[in-house]
Write a protein of this length. Structure first.
Ligand SMILES: Cc1cc2nc3c(=O)[nH]c(=O)nc-3n(C[C@H](O)[C@H](O)[C@H](O)COP(=O)(O)OP(=O)(O)OC[C@H]3O[C@@H](n4cnc5c(N)ncnc54)[C@H](O)[C@@H]3O)c2cc1C
Ligand SMILES: NC(=O)c1ccc[n+]([C@@H]2O[C@H](COP(=O)([O-])OP(=O)(O)OC[C@H]3O[C@@H](n4cnc5c(N)ncnc54)[C@H](OP(=O)(O)O)[C@@H]3O)[C@@H](O)[C@H]2O)c1
Length: 268
C-alpha cells in the first residue's frame, strides 16, 4: 500500500453520512445510538433533525429525531422507538457501530430555552420517547443556570421503558461537565401506567389531582414562576395544553417566548 492510499480520505457512499459509534437496546421497543457529529452542525439543546437510511428506491428515507445529546457533546445521541413495520425503524433498529446513517444538519424545534420567558421553576413533561429532547436539555448547563429548580416528569407504560431516563438522571451529579450545575436543583418524578412502580399514573392525572405537588412539596403551577416543556403523543400534548392554559401559562414559540412550549414526540 502506498503512503498516499493510506491517508486518502474515505469516500462516503451516502449523502450527509455519519458513522454509528455505539448502540444500546433498552427494550424490544426502544434503543439508543450514538454517531459522529458533522463539523458544521450547531444546534440548541432540545432541537430535532431529519435522519435515516437509504430507502429501497435509492432515495433517503428520513424521519424527524430529537437530538438527545447536549450541544457541547462531540458526538450525537438519539433515542428511538422500534416500530415493527415502520418504514425506517424496522431497519434502523439493526444498525451496528461502523454503519452509516444519513443526517441532515439542519436543526429546528420549539423545545428550546429561547422560546421561554425567564422563570424560577422549569417543568419537563414527557411520555415515551418524548424524553429525547429533555435528555439533551438535562445535560445542558444553561438549563440549571436559568432555573432555580428543574422538575422532570416522565411516564411510560412499563418500568423497563423508564430505564434510559433513570440512568441518565442518576449519572448527572457525577458528570464532570454538568454535575456542579445540577447540584440539588433536579427533581425526578418517573411514573408508570401499567407496571407497578413507586409512583404510578399519567402525568396529567398526577397534576390535576395535586399528587405530584404533594409528593414533591411544591406549590401549584404559577405563571409568574413556572415554565413548562411538553413532549409526547398528540393526545398527551393536547391534554397538557389544557392543564397549563388553565393554570394561566401561555404557549411560546421561538418568535414569541412565553410560559410553555410543546412538540410532538411522533405523528400518529
Ligand atoms: C418533531 C419530531 C421529533 C421526533 N423525535 C423522535 C425521537 O427522538 N425518537 C423517536 O423514536 N421518534 C421520534 N419521532 C418519530 C419519528 O419521526 C418516526 O415516526 C419514528 O422513527 C418511526 O419511524 P418509522 O418510519 O419506523 O414509522 P412511522 O411510519 O414514522 O410511524 C409509524 C407509527 O408508529 C408510531 N410511532 C412512530 N414514532 C413513535 C414514537 N417515537 N413513539 C411511539 N410510537 C411511535 C405511530 O403510531 C406512527 O403512526 C419524532 C417525530 C417528530 C414529529
Ligand atoms: N408501550 C408498549 O408497551 C406498547 C406495545 C405495543 C404497542 N404500543 C403502541 O405504540 C404506540 C405508542 O406507545 P407508547 O407507549 O410509546 O406511547 P403512548 O401510547 O403515548 O403512551 C406512553 C405513556 O403516555 C401515557 N398517555 C397516553 N395518552 C395520554 C394522555 N392523553 N394524557 C396523559 N398520559 C397519556 C400512557 O398512559 P396509559 O397507559 O394510561 O395510556 C403511557 O404511560 C401506541 O399506539 C401503543 O398502542 C405500545
Amino acid at each position: 500500500m502506498t503512503e498516499q492510499s493510506k491517508i486518502a480520505p474515505v469516500v462516503k457512499a451516502l449523502p450527509d453520512a455519519q458513522t454509528v459509534t455505539a448502540v444500546t437496546h433498552w427494550t424490544d421497543r426502544l434503543f439508543s445510538f450514538r454517531c459522529t457529529r458533522p463539523r458544521s452542525l450547531r444546534f440548541r439543546s432540545g432541537e430535532f433533525v431529519m435522519l435515516g437510511l437509504l430507502g429501497d428506491t435509492g432515495k433517503p428515507l428520513l424521519r424527524a429525531y430529537s437530538i438527545a445529546s447536549p450541544s457541547w457533546d462531540e458526538e450525537l445521541e438519539f433515542y428511538s422507538i422500534k416500530v415493527p413495520d415502520g418504514p425506517l425503524t424496522s431497519r434502523l433498529q439493526h444498525i451496528q457501530p461502523g454503519d452509516e446513517i444519513i443526517l441532515r444538519p439542519k436543526p429546528v424545534g420549539t423545545l428550546v430555552h429561547d422560546a421561554l420567558l425567564p422563570g424560577k421553576r422549569l417543568w419537563l413533561f414527557a411520555t415515551g420517547t418524548g424524553i429525547a429532547p429533555f435528555a439533551s436539555l438535562l445535560r445542558d448547563p444553561e438549563t440549571f443556570e436559568k432555573f432555580e429548580q428543574v422538575i422532570f416528569m416522565h411516564t411510560c407504560r412499563e418500568l423497563a421503558e423508564l430505564e434510559y431516563g433513570r440512568q441518565l438522571v442518576e449519572s448527572l451529579p457525577e458528570d464532570p461537565l454538568i454535575g456542579e450545575f445540577v447540584g440539588n436543583k433536579l427533581l425526578y418524578y418517573p411514573t408508570t401506567t401499567q407496571d407497578q412502580s413507586p409512583h404510578m399514573g399519567r402525568i396529567t392525572d398526577n397534576l390535576t389531582s395535586g399528587k405530584v405537588f404533594a409528593d414533591l412539596g411544591l406549590p401549584p403551577l404559577d405563571p409568574e414562576i413556572d415554565r413548562g416543556m411538553v413532549c409526547g403523543s398528540l393526545d398527551f400534548n393536547t391534554d397538557m395544553k389544557t392543564i397549563l392554559e388553565a393554570a394561566g401559562l401561555r404557549e411560546g414559540a421561538n418568535s414569541e417566548p412565553a410560559e410553555y412550549v410543546v412538540e410532538k414526540a411522533f405523528v400518529g
